[in-house]
Design a protein around this ligand. Sequence first.
Ligand code: NDP
Length: 337
Amino acid sequence: NRRLVLAERPEGEPTESTLRLETVEVPEPQAGQMLLRTEYLSLDPYMRGRMSDAPSYAPPVGIDEVMVGGTVSQVVSSNLEGFASGDWALSFNGWQDYAVSEGKGVANLGRDPKHPSWALGVMGMPGFTAWAGLKQIGAPKPGETIVVGGATGPVGATVGQIGKILGCRVVGIAGGKVKCDYAVNSLGFDACIDYKADDFVDRLKAATPDGIDVYFENIGGQVLDAVLGQLNTNARVPVCGLISQYNATGLPEGPDRLNWLMGLILRKRITMRGFIIFEDFGHLYPEFAKEMNAWVEAGRIHYREEVIDGLERAPQAFVGLLNGEAFGKRVIRVGNS
Ligand code: NDP
């Protein structure tokens, strides 16, 4: 049983010594337990927060503890009603080959799910985040303009596609031409702007001639700066994530614009609301699952996944996720047998 434990808390970007690969005995399931073998491990930006002991909405992973993470696994053996050997399960095994579970928070995906790993993406937490954040906080009306960053990531891509289904103009923000072309040509966004281009701010203005009604915030930093000036009166800003800041070790240089921002919020009656998906909207999950399943089945929502083989490659792949290396949802095919 290979597992990656947190060896030290990173300062800035995680390094080779942040996580340590260990091999331990495969655990034995007792009465009321089952043994799960991890097939897919999800890599998600929130994991950077769990490596840190700064104040957060969830406790940090302890030193020498297995790194947490959403997983899709198969039941090896079960002493638990509702789960049989060979079933697939959406679980929270963390970064390891095997885990024993009492079934709490584990969903049975059946014997033969079509795309098991999608339960970690469009059909799971990131898809739910996009759906609930956009509908509940963004509350877009047909004809309004939505802007979303991380446009080809699992949250951003889903936000934009739902925005199109709801009849909005959708402008994505992503790093580089390849991702921007994909957002427009494959995901159906009206435009997508490369935030790394020199004329990013001008292009964003040109792509939002009627201003911005909903800014779905995934990024923070320079992207947020560029968007603020384009927000319309009564704009809504679901504050979902600030990925550009997750490796930051302090506040950025430059003038303090906090009072300018507060003035903007006041004058334009802007609503900014942060949310933590399951804490705030968990009760809506069944409604999400039904609607998203229908959209995916009907081909109205596209999903791009980037599968990386080998648990041992997870640490490097995670650093890359925070650097914009991922193109689509990044999952690890754990590769145990
Ligand atoms: P993504 O795959 O979108 O995250 C990686 C992407 O973030 C990269 O590909 C990159 O996009 C972008 N990125 C990284 N650094 C920067 C930067 N400095 N400037 C601009 N873009 C950057 O992740 P998810 O879709 O899983 O998550 C999106 C956001 O949603 C994250 O902020 C995450 O923390 C948040 N989230 C919040 C939840 C909640 O409950 N509030 C739940 C789930 C997610 P590019 O390649 O285009 O450069």
